[in-house]
Design a protein around this ligand. Structure first.
Ligand code: GAR
Length: 213
């Protein structure tokens, strides 16, 4: 198998998806290494976990006057010497700049707590309850310039129960997130994902780039 992939993990809070992926790395299930954990929030709980595991952390706070473009240019400059193959957005709540997306095109994965294209943006679980859908779930997708619009890698379905409130539904979706996101990262790290237009094909074994159209 090819060399391991170097992963930059982006978080804003609790970081439970980051932890699930890190545990997959630690167990040897993911052919990758988390080379940095980036947070836009200095108090993000996920940073404590990262530090306790000896992972490098970096906090980039967006100051009042600072433009989003300059903010992400700054992050890009800081990632430059880390040879990052994959950026993982694990509950990272800022919309990336176009420059950043171009720099890491087809190499940024995000998890969203709904079955996209339904309920993009914030509060996806509350949106699903308010709409009254019977099934929702979570989606791992590549990031493009839109909000939660990039090619879909994997999805998991979660039924909505009559007695559900936002927190109970969110909990059951999160269980699926912790299964789905490490799997998507694993597939990426094994070179088994192929983006064809809007579709992402999952190959049984490593893709030989020479054979791609
Ligand atoms: C997760 O539920 C994730 O799907 C969601 O934030 C939570 C982060 O939890 N992301 C979004 O809503 C992105 N639009 P975590 O910090 O414990 O991984």
């Amino acid at each position: 198998m090819a060399d391991h992939k170097r992963i930059a993990m982006f978080i804003s809070g609790r970081g439970s998806n980051f932890m699930a992926i890190h545990q997959g790395v630690e167990r040897g299930e993911i052919n990758g290494r988390i080379v940095t954990v980036v947070s836009d929030q200095p108090e993000a709980a996920g940073l404590d976990y990262a530090r306790s595991r000896g992972l490098e952390t970096a906090v980039f706070s967006l100051g009042g006057g600072e433009k989003r473009i300059a903010y992400f240019d700054h992050i890009t400059a800081n990632l430059a010497d880390k040879d990052v193959h994959l950026v993982v957005l694990a509950g990272f709540m800022k919309v990336l700049s176009a420059n950043f997306i171009a720099r890491y095109r087809n190499r940024i994965l995000n998890i969203h707590p709904a079955l996209l294209p339904s309920f993009p943006g914030t509060d996806a679980q509350a949106q699903a309850l308010a709409y009254g859908v019977k099934y929702t779930g979570c989606t791992v997708h590549f990031v493009d310039e839109g909000v939660d619009t990039g090619p879909i890698v994997l999805q998991a379905v979660v039924p909505v129960l009559d007695q559900d409130e936002v927190h109970t539904l969110s909990e059951r979706i999160l269980e699926q997130e912790h299964r789905l996101f490490p799997l998507a990262v694993k597939l990426f790290c094994e070179d088994r994902l192929e983006i064809r237009g809007r579709r992402v094909l999952v190959h049984a074994s490593e893709i030989n780039p020479a054979r791609l159209p």
